[in-house]
Design a protein around this ligand. Structure first.
Ligand code: SF4
Length: 470
């Protein structure tokens, strides 16, 4: 640090260097909220720069301290960037979900690692650094969310199409393939609605994504909280178009859907995973089991009734999957009336029960870590399936993707979504998701589909929006 000058904190959002699979999709759309929060917690006597690889590959720039956040699929890039600074004797800190699950690995590549949510320890880290006493490891606690800072959205790249807001963290469920409960805790921690609304009002974009893992939750209390939030958005005239993740129980209380729609909800992401009840039980997907597979299509229709598109997540490569079962899943999806489809390959991420089990059983094939984490992006078979050989699963999944993301089907789905939701934004977001997934799973194999040109040529995008959106 130079005397008389503010110290500079450089915060970096790295991208999977192969830019493949969902590693590209998930992060290319949304601002890096964890870094926005870290920036907001940093005292004023620091200069802060946030560098976001979603827009431009990182190149070296001066800093006194470097903070990097990473997911499993982006961790190698994080290690690589950390290496650039360590060579020059500049201290680096890495945090995020991957580091929290693999702290011993991460400790080899950074001067300091943060396990768990960083809020509770960030100020201590900076004080220790300024005193020349940065420790190799810190462990964050799960703090209550009341009174938490608003992220520094002024530091985000202005080209993000969606702003983000968070209302809860944690999940009381423990699905086999998910690490949310391990990282963010196994109960809902909620932010006071007043604080959520304050953040929402600050978002410059028209489009918003609620980054909660489940905005509406699994119980009556959480559903009522969601209704209160939506009503207050309407009363305050917060006119955003938004989408969120939630679960299949969302349609049990139609008042939730009614107020979600009135407050601007255009799409809901639902973790369906499979249409096979035994697979849902085996994956510990309790809420889907409780609602019952025969009710899923009814849920999609209810969402559409309120002008909301249903984006369903499905998994190929589950434990009892065979080629026949995967084809049956594709038939089910194509006939289900769902608007958008995120069909990915089962991916055992560190921190999940699935990963621990596969490690124990010696079934993780790509295990040259950390290099092989690059492959953990939901579009590559990284484990030994139980009822198929790996090549067969790979071949089958590609054949199923080809059916799901066939342009003919995507276009038909768009027209159907438009008719059923009577909302152009809902239909366009669904189609955007379908096209993004198509472009991702077939990267380099098929011609890139230009959605905007398609919509303009066939419908006149602006005219379409004006004629359907209220
Ligand atoms: S998949 Fe969804 S419901 Fe299951 S544990 Fe993760 S966040 Fe919770």
């Amino acid at each position: 640090m130079k005397a008389g000058k503010k110290p500079k904190l450089l915060l970096i959002n790295p991208l999977n260097s192969r830019r493949t699979g969902l590693a590209q999709n998930r992060d290319s759309i949304y601002p890096p909220m964890a870094l926005g929060i870290i920036a907001a917690l940093t005292p004023d006597h620091w200069d802060i720069e946030l560098y976001d690889e979603n827009f431009e590959p990182f190149s070296f720039r001066e800093a006194d301290l470097v903070g990097i956040t990473a997911l499993t699929a982006t961790i190698n890039r994080a290690y690589q960037i950390a290496g650039m600074y360590r060579e020059k004797g500049i201290k680096t800190i890495i945090g995020g979900i991957h580091v929290s699950m693999m702290p011993h690995e991460a400790a080899r590549y950074a001067d300091c690692i943060v396990k768990g949510e960083a809020e509770s320890v960030w100020k201590t880290i900076l004080t220790d650094f300024e005193a020349g006493m940065l420790q190799p490891s810190y462990e964050g606690k799960l703090l209550p969310l009341a009174g938490s800072v608003s992220p520094r959205i002024d530091l985000y790249n202005k080209d993000y199409e969606f702003g983000t807001v968070q209302t809860t963290r944690g999940c009381p469920m423990a699905c086999d393939f998910c690490s949310v409960h391990t990282f963010n805790g196994n109960c809902y921690r909620t932010r006071p609605l007043e604080e959520v609304l304050r953040d929402l009002e600050q978002i410059p974009q028209q489009n918003v994504y609620f980054i909660d893992d489940n905005l509406v939750g699994h119980n009556k209390l959480m559903a009522n909280r969601a209704i209160s939030l939506f009503k207050e958005m309407v009363h305050r005239g917060i006119q955003k178009d938004w989408w969120c993740s939630t679960s299949i129980n969302v349609a049990e209380n139609e008042e939730v859907l009614e107020w979600a729609a009135k407050s601007g909800c255009r799409m809901m992401f639902l973790g369906i995973e499979s249409e096979d009840i035994e697979q849902l039980k085996a994956s510990n997907k309790k809420v889907n089991v409780r609602i019952g597979v025969d009710q899923f299509e009814q849920v999609f229709r209810k969402l559409n009734k309120y002008g909301i598109a249903a984006l369903g997540a499905f998994i190929y490569g589950l434990e009892t999957d065979t080629p026949e079962k995967m084809r049956a899943r594709t038939d089910y999806i194509l006939n289900s009336g769902i608007d958008a489809i995120q069909a990915t390959l089962l991916t055992p991420l560190p921190g999940t029960l699935l990963f621990d089990r596969y490690i124990k059983e010696g079934r993780i094939v790509y295990n040259n870590f950390p290099q092989d984490w690059e492959r953990y992006h939901y579009a590559e078979v990284v484990f030994k399936p139980s009822l198929m050989v790996r090549d067969e699963l790979d071949r089958e999944v590609k054949a199923n993707w080809a059916r799901l993301y066939e342009l003919k089907h995507i276009k038909q789905r768009f027209i159907r979504s438009l008719k059923k939701t009577r909302n152009a934004t809902a239909a366009i977001w669904s189609m955007t998701n379908n096209i993004q997934l198509r472009n991702l799973v077939f990267e380099n194999e098929t011609e890139f589909f230009d959605l905007k040109s398609f919509l303009n040529e066939n419908f006149g995008l602006d005219k379409l929006k004006k004629s359907t959106d209220k």
